[in-house]
Design a protein around this ligand. Structure first.
Ligand code: AHR
Length: 630
């Protein structure tokens, strides 16, 4: 507070002290760029968690399509039988491939046309069926008598058949059969549906890899859900960190992401147990990850397994680690090698002769958990082998190391809003020296709200993004985690996930919208700014784009009260500017599958003044202004 003296109008009072609040001021000089903004600042991080791929992005509708060992046997599969027909299930000791060497064996008795028996699958918390839509299916079968299979999508509540196809099965060895289901135009979009695969004749039917896909992004076979791909694309990401996270490491060494076992036809993928409590189909294999990048026009940040798994097991650096290092070199060759190389040829054989772009390789994940302290030597062993063959790539270490000279260190933050607002956190990188490795914030999130972040989390996230933008000469990349969650009971293993969905619908959290706004309005340079008299929960970021001749100004008011501020602007064009604002009445407000658009950005125009511009930012608000430069 400043004390000012003012002349009183009342005659007997000469001079009296008056208390006047210092006007909160934000001074912004848009005329002088200070540091370059990293062109790769915002990206995506992904792993198989919360049914992100299976039951999520990966458009497979059938759950447990390969009948992996699990108790109860044939989880998610039940017998269905019409009229007098019966069927019994047991494990079949044959399979269509070395990877899938067992099967589900059905013994069908007393069946006939219109009196079928078979199996039923509920999908991942239901199978979404839309009107007039084509679903593509397949299965492997081996029968001892000629048979006719019927694949049907059936509404759980009415029993109505929504789509169906018949498939003739001759006697013979294992063979793949394809089928197509077209839903009726009068179908009501719903996820309360299941798949039945039934047989007209008695006999023994062995089945494996029973699959049904909903329409995919770009109609890619074995592809991804279009709604989720579009939501990711709208985040303007520049990279995808893959394949995790804990998922890269696995609980045990033999449960790591073994990329070589995720290649080629699905029938050659054995599937594996992930660290989040469920089996992964590995339909989302290394090539599918890379195509996902290609579809979004972004680059992979390739994480290679570095010899540490979550239950505390590590591979001794030196001779024991050598096969893992060679495996990483093969993996890099698979991603980047031309078809003349061994692994480039493998990729070409799978239909992608063109190498994928790559600049960053991450060695491991969160290796600070390795109590054996072996990461220094493990990192060094990977770094020297990778640099010898691929000197151009930048190497990311997941913990501080004294050997191997990482180009980048991966820091992770899962904090509360108040922790992100604190000067310690918000100003952490302002103070960091610029002579060491660059920083990758490979995982970060404000963790309030479940399954998806609430508005308080969006404010924490936005405050943190102002810090990352201000320091983006040092912070080269950042990716929120986790990205995806299936919101059904049992679908989520880690709360506060950016995008929620069930098999039919998906929705964006307030934090998602904050990221969309920040990433889509980012300049190429930071500029000089200073604040005075501002609330401690008021944050800002200012960058300019030479190409767009624009100042991008982000204002975050994380207090519940409106902030009336003076913007002392220099170098902008006085006149109309675009204002995108994200606001909620309280920090607890949020979006959900039932109310997906409760909180969403609102666009308007405001008149900005070069010089002194008075502007009020409502409480609990994130504002992004696009102000033309002078
Ligand atoms: O994002 C969830 C988990 O958090 C990641 O798998 C792991 O890297 C981190 O501990």
């Amino acid at each position: 507070m400043k004390i000012q003296y003012r002349l009183c109008l009342v005659t007997f009072c000469l001079v009296a002290p008056v208390l006047q609040a210092q006007t909160p001021t934000l001074t912004i000089d848009a005329s002088k760029p200070v540091t370059a903004v990293s062109p790769t600042l915002y990206g995506l991080m992904t792993e198989e968690i919360n049914y992100s791929y299976d039951g999520g992005l990966y458009a497979e509708m059938v759950r447990n399509r390969t009948f992996h060992d699990h108790w109860p046997p044939f989880e998610y599969w039940t017998v269905v039988a019409q009229k007098s027909a019966t069927a019994q299930l047991k494990y079949g000791s044959t399979g269509p491939s070395a990877a899938l060497s067992k099967s589900l064996q059905l013994t069908i008795v007393d069946a006939g046309p219109g009196n079928e028996a078979g199996i039923s699958n509920p999908g991942y918390w239901g199978m979404a069926v839309q009107p007039s839509t084509t679903y593509k299916g397949s299965f492997y079968a081996k029968v001892d008598h000629p048979n006719v299979a019927h694949a049907r999508l059936i509404a759980d509540d009415s029993g109505n058949v929504l789509a169906q196809a018949a498939i003739v099965l001759p006697v013979g060895d294992w063979k793949q059969f394809q089928y197509v289901l077209h839903s009726q135009p009068n179908v009501t979009a719903s996820s309360r549906n299941h798949l039945e695969l039934t047989f007209e004749h008695p006999g023994i039917v062995n089945l494996q890899l029973v699959s049904l896909f909903s329409p995919t992004f770009n109609n890619t076979p074995n592809g991804n859900r279009p709604d989720l791909m579009k939501m990711m694309s709208a985040m303007s990401p520049k990279f995808l960190r893959l394949p995790g996270g804990n998922y890269l490491e696995g609980d045990y060494i033999n449960e790591r992401f073994e990329w070589k076992k995720t290649l080629g036809p699905l029938v050659d993928r054995p599937t594996h147990r992930g660290p989040w409590g469920y089996q992964s189909t590995d339909g989302m294999g290394l090539l599918e990850f890379l195509k996902w990048c290609e579809d979004l026009k972004i680059e992979p940040v390739l994480a290679v397994y570095a010899g540490y798994s979550l239950k505390g097991y590590h591979v001794q650096p030196g001779k024991d680690l050598e096969p893992f290092v060679l495996d990483a070199l093969d993996e890099i060759e698979y991603v980047t090698g031309d078809p003349g190389t061994k692994w480039g040829a493998e990729r070409a054989k799978e239909g992608h002769p063109k190498p994928f772009p790559l600049h960053y390789i991450e060695v491991g994940n969160e290796d600070w958990f390795d109590k054996s302290k072996s990461y220094d030597a493990r990192f060094e062993q990977f770094a020297s082998a990778i640099r010898q063959k691929y000197p151009a790539y930048k190497l990311i270490a997941t913990a501080p190391v004294t050997q191997g000279q990482p180009d980048v260190i991966d820091d992770h933050y899962y904090l509360t809003p108040e922790e992100f607002f604190s000067p310690d956190q918000n100003q952490k990188y302002d103070k960091m020296d610029r002579k060491g490795p660059k920083i990758f914030i490979g995982e970060w999130a404000t963790r309030t709200g479940s399954p998806t972040p609430d508005f308080g989390a969006a404010l924490g996230d936005a405050s943190w993004m102002t810090s990352m933008e201000r320091n983006s000469d040092l912070i080269v990349m950042a990716s929120y985690a986790p990205l995806l969650t299936n919101i059904n009971p049992g679908g989520m293993q880690w709360s506060t996930d950016l995008i929620g969905y069930d098999s039919l619908r998906s929705y964006a959290s307030p934090s998602y919208w904050a990221q969309v706004l920040f990433a889509a309005h980012l300049g190429d340079h930071t500029i000089r700014t200073s604040g005075s008299g501002l609330d401690p929960r008021f944050f800002w970021s200012a960058t300019t784009s030479e190409k767009n001749h624009m100042l991008y100004l982000k204002l975050v008011n994380a207090s519940a009260e409106p902030q009336a501020i003076t913007l002392a602007l220099n170098g902008v064009h006085s006149g109309s500017a675009q204002l995108s604002s994200l606001h909620a009445a309280t920090r607890s407000a949020t979006n959900s599958i039932e109310r997906p658009n409760a909180i969403a950005p609102v666009q308007s125009r405001v008149n900005v003044v070069d010089g002194q511009w008075k502007h009020t930012i409502p409480g609990n608000s994130i504002e992004v202004l696009d102000i033309p430069l002078k």
